[in-house]
Design a protein around this ligand. Sequence first.
Ligand code: ATP
Length: 492
Amino acid sequence: MAKITKLDDIVSLCKRRGFIFQSSEIYGGLASCYDYGPLGVELKNNVKKAWWKSVVQMRDDVVGIDCSILMHPMVWKSSGHADKFADLIAECKKCNTRTRVDHLQENAAEQTDEHTEHIAIDAAMSQAQDLNNKVCPACGTVGQFTEPMPFKLMFETKMGANIDDSMTIQLRPETAQGIFANFRNVLDTTRVKIPFGIAQIGKSFRNEVTTKAFIFRTREFEQAELEFFCEPGTDEGWFEHWKQARFNWYINLGMKKENLRFREHDPDELAHYAKGCVDVEYKFPFGSGDWQELEGIANRTDYDLRQHQRGIRTLNKWYENNRDLSKIQLADEAGDYNKGPLSYFDETKKVRYIPYVIEPSAGIDRSALAYLVDAYDEEEVRGETRNLLRFHPALAPVKAAIFPLVKKEGMPEVALNIYNELKKYFNCFYDEKGAVGRRYRRQDEAGTPFCVTVDGQTLEDNTVTVRDRDSMEQVRLPTDKILTYLREKLDL
Ligand code: ATP
C-alpha cells in the first residue's frame, strides 16, 4: 500500500532534486518566497500548459489574454480591493505576534476544518467576536489580544521618477481584474459571442499575514483564472459545467479521486454579490483539517463589470481629488449601466445586458504542490527503498532519460544520437555517470516516465531497452521505433 506522504518528505525531495528552493537562500532566505529550480520550472510550466490546453486550446468559446501586473489605481477602487481587501488581525499583548482573527483557535477546543478565505472586512468584523478564549499560536497565551484591526493585503509601490508626478500603485492581488478591464477590447477585436470566456495565467501578490506550508500560501504566487461571460439566467448551468470541468482536470492529470472533493460555501461565507461558490479541495498532508482549497469556482453575477462601469463614470472625481482613492465614492450603484461600454448587445435577440460571470480561479503553485504530493511514493524493491514521483506524463519535467549501459564500446555515441533525435520532440535527459541502477533511481525520483538504455545488444541488432518508471518493466525495441513508441505512451 502506498505510504502516507509527509510534507517534510516533499520539501526535502524538492530541495535535493532541484524542484524548489527558498528564495535568496544564500542570504538566509526571504520568508514565504520560493524559487523553482531546473525540474520545478518544467513541472510548473507543464501545469500551466495543461491548464491552458484544457481551458483555452481545446475550447472554441475561450480566448486567452496576458495583462500587466501594474494597473490603474481606479481598477482596485471599482473592484472593491482598495477599500475591502484586508484581513482582520489581532496582536498578542505578550509576544506581539499578529495573527488573522479567523485563524485563532479556541483554547482547548476541538480543532475544526480550517477555512481561510480572505473575507471582506465588514463581514470579518462581525465574526471577530470575543477573543477572550482564543490562543496565541506563537506563545500559547490565552485571551491577551489587542482590538482586531484591518491589515491591507495589497503590496504598494511608486510609479514614476519625479516626486510631483509619481503615484502609488498596487501589485495586483488577482489576475481577474485585468480580464474585466479588457472585456470591451476583446469583444471589439475578436469574433467572440456570449457565452464565452477570457483566460489568463499570471503572477499575483498578497501581503499575507500568515503564510504556510511551503508553496501552499505565499506572498507572490501564480494564478490561472477564467472569467466566463454568460447571459443572466444561464449562469447556473454554466456554474455546474465549470465545476465539473475543473474537477475533471485534476482527475485527468492523474490526481487520486479520494484526495479531491468539493466544498460548497455556506451562505454566510459568500460575498454579498456572489450567487454561489464552491471550492475544489485537496487532502494535503498538513494543517488541522487536511482538506485545503486548491481552486474556487464562483458565480460572480454581473458584479465586476457593473462595478467597472461605475468606476469609469467616477474617473473625473479621481483627478479632482488629487488621485486620492480614499476621498472618492463610486458613481451611484443604481445607475443605468446597461448602456455602458462593458455591456453586451445580443444581435440575435436584440437585447443589451451586463453579462453574468462564472469564475474558476486556481493557484498554479498550489496545484503543483498537490501534484507533487499526490505523485510521491516510496516502495521497497529488493530490500531497498525506491522514492518515486508517479507524475502523469503531461506533467513530468523530463519525459525520457537516455543512458549508455557503460561509458565505452561506442555505447555513448549511439545513446547520444538517440538523445539528440528525441529531444526535438520532448524534454529528454542524457546520463552516462555511475551504475545504471542508480541512474534509474535518480530518474524515478524526478518522475521521468521512461528510461532508454543502449547496451551491448544494441551494437549487434540495433535494439534498446525501454524501462517504465511505474512498473519497472523493460521492453526491447528497435531504435527506429523508440520515438513512435514514446509519443504514443506519453500522448505527445
Ligand atoms: P485562501 O483561502 O487560501 O487564502 P482565497 O480564497 O483567498 O485563498 P482566491 O482569492 O479564491 O483565494 O484565489 C484563488 C486561488 O488562488 C486559490 O484557490 C489558491 O489556489 C490561489 N491562491 C490564493 N492565495 C494564494 C497564496 N497566498 N499563495 C498561493 N496560492 C494562492
